[in-house]
Ligand binder design. Structure first.
Ligand code: FAD
Length: 468
């Protein structure tokens, strides 16, 4: 039977409706569509898709279960490797991971692996997640710093191995960027909360409002626990460093999205969140974070929401799906454009940005073509709010407070493949080690570290080459 060349589409809210609310945009597959999509999988013997999955899910295995209508078994196959499937099923960049390696790509669109993962995770959650099997205790204790995807995955896997795990989280809620960064319309908070509940059911304890490096030193954790994982992420905003950036009305993406998410601006008017968005908003940058800012601005009432980016469409780092959603919602893309200065009124509030047009030259060290300023092309745009979304650096507190810890040039903790730092018993992974990356890479790092921590706690051996 010939394989349908196109992926089944997910039904979603219409752009004109969704920009007036913060509800999730896609509705997900129905049972019937999921089975039809699963039947597109060729069940390749060499499983190329699995090579693109940092958390090692048996992808053809769970898809086959869906094709046969056995959704419970599909959930079991996924959960054996991934404790956060409803999250990864929504935000993972599949096109670059598993789906990028799908055999069907040679003739059409890859199997909708992400959409199927999401379908199963939602099916299981709606049905009521079953309790995980109890495992025999090893008597060993591990500490995990940070309850983002790296820390949660590491903690969940260690608990499945029988270790007693305590997560120390700086915020009053778990999830990291999943809660305070990614907006409700892409990843509803109740979904993150439900996945965290599963991690707790595995026996993991989470202690909130604990800033490691301030409330407790990392060295103290190393004394009290048999091993420690650092998954503190990359939450330090980068700025443009241009005149006027300290005007009222200029926010880092991080501050803006944290206010929206943690102070519940998405439940307006029930919550009175301190954000004045005005009518014209410009977001600088073109990654996922920038798309989230520009789309959030529309939902908060902006009439015009610009994405201003110094390279061209081809170099935009955001996922295609995010760019498409932003376009459909009316976000205006000003590409090959760079800001040079912000201007404000007499009260010190932003009212204009001066930009310059750019052209592309030879590739730079990132492999992307270098943007070059076109002399004399300066012009001004009236704006009320500027959102700076040009990247984040690793959180500096732990690197700064552990003087013997080896740090790399950009402030990230140096580790080997399995997360070992230069300090015996101390592991790190996710954005704190790689710099700002993706949810699935953070989860993969948490997984590899959990394995290495298990090995270390059983043997207390530390490779010589890793020591300070
Ligand atoms: P984080 O998620 O940052 O979690 C770190 C946790 O550590 C936080 O809870 C923090 O409070 C805590 N912490 C920090 N310091 C301390 C301390 N000293 N003591 C105790 N706790 C501490 N990736 C995708 O794959 N797809 C997307 O669509 C996507 N969209 C994104 C949108 C936004 C707005 C942002 C900001 C990022 C996005 N990313 C996306 C990137 C992705 O979210 C990150 O790569 C991922 O969350 C990194 O996980 P992590 O566990 O390493 O760190």
């Amino acid at each position: 039977m010939a394989v349908k060349k196109e992926k089944h589409k997910m039904p979603e809210q219409k752009p004109k409706d969704r920009i007036k609310n913060f509800k999730e945009v896609p509705f997900g597959y129905s049972k019937e569509i999921a089975i039809e999509e699963a039947k597109r999988c060729l069940q390749c013997k060499n499983k190329p898709c699995m090579e693109g999955c940092p958390v090692e899910i048996d992808i053809p295995g769970f898809i086959n279960c869906i094709a046969e209508g056995d959704f419970d078994k599909a959930a079991e196959v996924i959960k054996a490797k991934n404790s956060l499937p409803a999250v990864s099923g929504r935000v993972c960049p599949y096109e670059e991971q598993c789906e990028g390696l799908c055999t069907i790509k040679k003739i059409g669109e890859p199997v909708g692996i992400g959409r199927l993962e999401r379908f199963i995770a939602d099916y299981e959650r709606n049905k009521g997640t079953s309790n995980p099997k109890k495992v025999k205790s090893t008597g060993k204790k591990a500490a995990v710093v940070g309850a983002g995807p790296a820390g949660l995955t590491c903690a969940g896997d260690l608990a499945k191995m029988g270790h007693k795990v305590t997560i120390f989280e700086a915020f009053h809620v778990p999830g990291g960027v999943l809660m305070y960064g990614i907006p409700e319309f892409r990843l509803p908070k109740e979904i993150v909360e439900a996945e965290v509940e599963y991690i707790k059911k595995l026996g993991v304890e989470i202690r909130y409002d604990m800033i490691i490096g301030k409330t407790i030193e990392t060295e103290e954790l190393l004394k009290e626990f048999d091993s420690v994982f650092i998954g503190t992420g990359a939450g330090l905003p980068r700025f443009l460093n241009i005149p006027g950036e300290n005007l009222d009305g200029v926010y880092s993406a991080n501050e803006f999205l944290t206010r929206v998410n943690m102070m519940k601006a998405y439940e307006f008017p029930k919550y009175d969140t301190p954000i004045k968005i005005g009518k014209i908003v410009a977001t600088f940058g073109a990654g996922n974070v920038a798309m989230d800012c520009a789309r959030t601005a529309l939902r908060l009432g902006a009439n015009k929401s610009y994405i201003i980016y110094r390279r061209s469409e081809k170099e935009m780092p955001a996922r295609d799906e995010e760019i498409e959603h932003a376009r459909e919602e009316g976000v205006i893309f000003k590409l090959l454009t760079n800001p040079v200065s912000f201007y404000g009124n007499e009260k010190g509030h932003l009212n204009e940005v001066e930009c310059v047009e750019m052209k592309l030259g030879e590739p730079d060290e990132s492999g992307r073509r270098r943007p070059i300023k076109i002399e004399g092309s300066e012009y001004k745009i009236k704006i009320d709010t500027a959102l700076i979304a040009i990247g984040q650096s690793p959180n500096p507190l732990i690197p700064q407070t552990m003087k013997d810890l080896k740090i790399q040039k950009w402030g990230n903790i140096e580790t080997d493949e399995d997360g070992r730092t230069n300090i015996p018993g101390l592991f790190a992974g996710g954005d704190i080690a790689t710099g700002a990356a993706t949810v699935i890479l953070a989860m993969g790092a948490g997984k590899r570290s959990a394995r290495a921590m298990n090995e270390y706690m059983n043997s207390k051996k530390w490779p010589k080459k890793n020591k300070a």
